[in-house]
Write a protein of this length. Structure first.
Length: 432
């Protein structure tokens, strides 16, 4: 078995929610020994779930991405069953320690001495209160790389604002660009693009810093403000305002002179996307939909005139798609050169022949959730195949390895740390 690219690199992971945990996942996929530092005295917010001891009734009321645990049952250890964490919990290790106590911080410092990097995406003041800074890490490991991923950076008036991806995107103006034409700006969807983008860019920055250290022997501090990281994704809109004074707003699906939209089909909540750009595509669509007379209508003879009558064409298309299967529409329209594709849900994606052949989903197991299909790494490498080597990590699953093997903790000391609440795999009843 070939060595993975980051084999031999150890990363300490104190990340929360999505962006930071995804960053650490990508590093773990590449072979780094990623050790999550967790506490059984306090549950990290919206990371391993919203609460340590939920009732079945409370789970029923949660959104699926948080509460969609197997059977909608909390199980013996609910914190190991939340899909929000488990989606990014592969290939990692977990140890527990209470950093709010001096001996807990001493344990953390010992880990720093034998590690290559540290990743966190907490609000700035969280690290300040803990006393964890780049200067402190360097005292114990001069060549360490520290990656900080706060929402708005570690300086400036917003530095201590707590945010999810949707909040960051609101600050940089994305929210007003992605809505529907018939809905106001107060309506938004739970799309967290800034989280995913932050995770990827964080992993890239860590790789660049590791490369720099290999050449120079020097570590460094990386500060990735997630909101700023998302700004270049919207570069054309900022440029349009800077160059032309145009302030873009919600346009729904209407971003060009083409006819394009999402149309309801036969079945429960089934939809298809269709784009008609040229005169040839319009005529081809009308032939397939048996609307040849409509194709010659003066109102629809050019892309510009069709666009000006978009609502009317939408109605015609919707009438035709309403009694058609969304996959069949895709096939017959693509055959005549019209862009079309079904709106796929998770069920469709899990059975999609292309994704299956590509091996996008891999089977993985964990004691508290069983065996399921998980999304794998987003890339493939010919010389170092990347796979899910281990299912989503449980809280404290690797305490013995970290304490006894890495830190050379004696059995008596290990027992004492268990009794004092540093080491364990369960949150006590005092943790909400």
């Amino acid at each position: 078995m070939p060595k993975l690219p980051l084999e031999g690199v150890r990363i300490l992971d104190m990340t929360v929610v999505w962006a930071g945990t995804y960053c650490a996942t990508l590093l773990a996929d590449l072979g780094a020994e990623v050790i999550r530092i967790e506490s059984i005295q306090k549950m990290q917010p919206i990371t391993r779930g919203s609460m340590a001891h939920p009732s079945k009734a409370s789970i029923e009321g949660l959104q699926p991405f948080v509460g969609g645990m197997p059977g909608r049952e909390p199980g013996k250890r609910p914190w190991n069953r939340y899909p929000l964490f488990n989606a990014h919990g592969r290939n990692k290790l977990s140890m527990t320690v209470d950093l709010l106590r001096p001996d807990g911080m001493d344990i953390f410092k010992k880990l720093v001495k034998i590690s290559d990097g540290f990743v966190e995406n907490n609000v700035t003041e969280t690290m300040d209160k803990l006393g964890i800074s780049y200067e402190m890490l360097k005292e114990h490991r001069p060549e360490i790389i520290m990656l900080r991923m706060p929402a708005y950076g570690n300086s400036g008036p917003y530095k201590n604002y707590r945010s999810l991806g949707v909040h960051m995107e609101g600050v940089i103006g994305h929210t007003l660009l992605r809505g529907y034409l018939d809905l106001g700006p107060s309506v938004s969807t739970n799309v967290y693009g800034a989280d995913a983008a932050g995770g990827v860019q964080g992993a890239f920055a860590m790789l660049a810093a590791l490369h720099y250290r290999n050449r120079t022997g020097k570590g460094q501090l990386i500060e990735l403000a997630q909101a700023e990281n998302m700004v270049p994704y919207l570069g054309q809109f900022f440029m349009d305002y800077a160059m032309n004074g145009r302030n873009s707003s919600t346009r729904g699906n209407r971003h060009s002179a083409a006819i394009q939209g999402c149309y309801q089909c036969q079945g429960d909540d089934r939809w298809v996307n269709i784009t008609i750009a040229t005169n040839e595509q319009w005529k081809a669509f009308c032939r397939v939909a048996q609307m040849e007379g409509t194709a010659e209508d003066e109102k629809f003879v050019s892309p510009e005139s069709r666009y000006s009558h978009h609502d009317e064409i939408d109605s015609l298309i919707s009438t035709w798609t309403a009694n058609q299967d969304h996959y069949e529409i895709m096939k017959i329209l693509q055959l005549v050169g019209v862009a079309a594709g079904p709106v796929m849900d998770q069920r469709d994606a899990l059975s999609d022949p292309h994704l299956l052949e590509r091996g996008m989903f891999e089977e993985a197991s964990q004691e508290d959730v069983g065996t399921h299909m998980y999304t794998g790494a987003p890339y493939k490498m010919s010389e170092t195949p990347i796979k899910i080597r281990r299912g989503p990590v449980q809280v404290g699953q690797d305490n013995e390895y970290v304490y006894k093997t890495l830190l050379q903790t004696s059995d008596d000391e290990y027992t004492r740390l268990e009794q004092e609440g540093h080491i364990g795999m369960d949150y006590g009843d005092h943790v909400p």
